[in-house]
Design a protein around this ligand. Structure first.
Ligand code: HEM
Length: 426
């Protein structure tokens, strides 16, 4: 295994012997992108484990099987989670082949024991205190963006005017990037989800690769500058840990953590905010209940994460021969965990295809994963979504979706959310 943040893998291994093969299903099929849930439920009922020929992955659809995988990180390694799922075009490879593009695996794709060593420091950085320090910023920016929407008048495209800028700016403040760099940063970090989990054209891949390179170079300069310019931010905390014991947290690890965090904290939260509106605005009674009773908002956010998560799959790679559901799975097999299926199981949730902000066990979803790689930003993501809903229900109680607009999710195996969202208000 190399230590490269994004590894380019070769040919997928053949299907495991005895594993049912599905030659037609792909998470990028149009019908699945439009509405994955009935298809995922059918797959779970007919063949809970199968080999998806188009993807070259063994797909798991049952919660228990997915948990078994999460709970055995030594056999089901996360080393492939940031790798591009489809081949990277030579022109994009060339961009990233420059010697100074060398971010390394640090969190989601780093393995034990190093993962635990690094997570000790990053976990400290995601403390409740740090979240509290961000609260006034997220509230102020939410209200400023709403002010701008109101001043411009409806209808508005909500992603551009709110759901894209807010989470990006939030994670940039969390890390410690200066506000003056926000526009460059949003541009560089904007389409990262397409690179590893989508199917961009070679030209698009090369464009994204250029932005990744610019962003990596920015992270390196920023980290170097921070050495003599500490503040109350996550980057300064990491550098202090490095200064205390450079062997415990290396300088390149600090740079690479900063590189990975902006993506982790941005597009998935943009999608979560949009999916929240897609769930709530057409169900007027539930939206109105949140307007009247904001204390219901945290559970409503959990229900969105279960019912229409911004992340509906994640991957693993087997490091040893093993078995799943009685099927022998050789080392080197790529595993695709289908959260869209598991989050709607009727033996876990009553009427799982209904959206219900009062659902008592909404939070049992696996949208943030489980086990040693459990999402480090889960509290930050939920806290942002709650603050956003508080601001929107207070300021724009008449918010509604513009009728008859096409809602589509970009071609992505993992991240789910609309490409465009038109909203209006009185
Ligand atoms: C709705 C938004 C989000 C979703 C659905 C989400 C989901 C996930 C998932 C499924 C994992 C992998 C868990 C595993 O492999 O077991 C993960 C890991 C991670 N997430 Fe998130 N995430 C979100 C937001 C964030 C935010 C806001 C941040 C930080 C600013 C963040 C930082 C991370 C990090 C650092 C990891 C790797 C943790 C580790 O390997 O120890 N995430 N996330």
């Amino acid at each position: 295994m190399s230590d490269k943040y994004h590894e380019l893998r070769g040919q997928a291994p053949p299907p495991p012997t005895g594993c049912p093969i599905n030659a037609s299903w792909s998470p990028l099929n149009d019908d699945y992108l439009r509405d994955p849930y009935p298809i995922a439920a059918r797959l779970r009922r007919d063949t809970p484990i199968f080999y998806a020929e188009e993807l070259g992955y063994v797909v798991l659809t049952e919660m228990d099987d997915i948990l078994e995988v999460f709970n055995q990180p030594d056999i089901f390694s996360s080393e492939n989670v940031q790798d591009p799922v489809f081949p990277v075009a030579p022109m994009a490879q060339e961009v990233l082949a420059v010697p100074d593009f060398d971010p390394m695996k640090v969190m989601s794709n780093r393995q034990a024991p190093d993962h635990g060593r690094i997570r000790k420091y990053t976990r400290q950085g995601f403390s409740r205190r740090r979240l509290r320090t961000l609260e006034p910023y997220v509230r102020r920016r939410s209200h400023e963006l709403i002010d701008d929407m109101v001043a411009a008048g409806g209808p508005t495209e909500f992603i551009d005017s709110f759901a894209f800028p807010l989470p990006g700016e939030t994670v940039f403040r969390f890390i410690g990037f200066p506000e003056a760099d926000d526009e460059d940063l949003k541009n560089w970090c904007g389409d990262r989800k397409a690179f590893s989990w989508g199917k961009p054209t070679p030209t698009e891949q090369a464009e994204i690769a250029e932005k990744m390179l610019s962003y990596w170079r920015y992270c390196r300069n920023f980290t170097a500058g921070k050495r003599d310019d500490r503040a109350d931010d996550f980057a300064s905390e990491l550098l202090a840990a490095h200064d205390d014991d450079p062997a415990e947290l290396s300088y390149r690890e600090v740079e690479s953590i900063i590189y990975g965090l902006s993506f982790a904290g941005h597009e998935a939260v943009t999608n979560l905010i949009c999916n929240t509106l897609l769930c709530l605005l057409p169900r007027r009674d539930q939206w109105d209940q949140l307007v009247a009773e904001p204390s219901l908002i945290p559970n409503a956010v959990e229900e969105v994460l279960r019912f229409e998560s911004s992340q509906i799959s994640w991957r693993r790679l087997t490091t040893a021969d093993t078995t799943l559901r009685g099927i022998e799975i050789p080392a080197g097999t790529q595993i695709f965990m289908n959260f869209a299926s598991a989050n709607r199981q009727d033996d876990i949730w009553e009427n799982p295809d209904e959206f219900d902000i009062h659902r008592p066990n909404a939070a049992q979803h696996i949208s943030f994963g489980k086990g040693m790689h459990y999402c480090l930003g889960a509290n930050l993501a939920k806290f942002e979504a709650v603050l956003v809903l508080e601001a929107l229900t207070e300021r724009l109680p008449s918010l509604r979706l513009v009728p008859d607009q096409p809602i589509w999710s970009s071609a992505n195996i993992t991240f789910r959310g609309p490409e465009q969202l038109l909203v209006d208000w009185d």
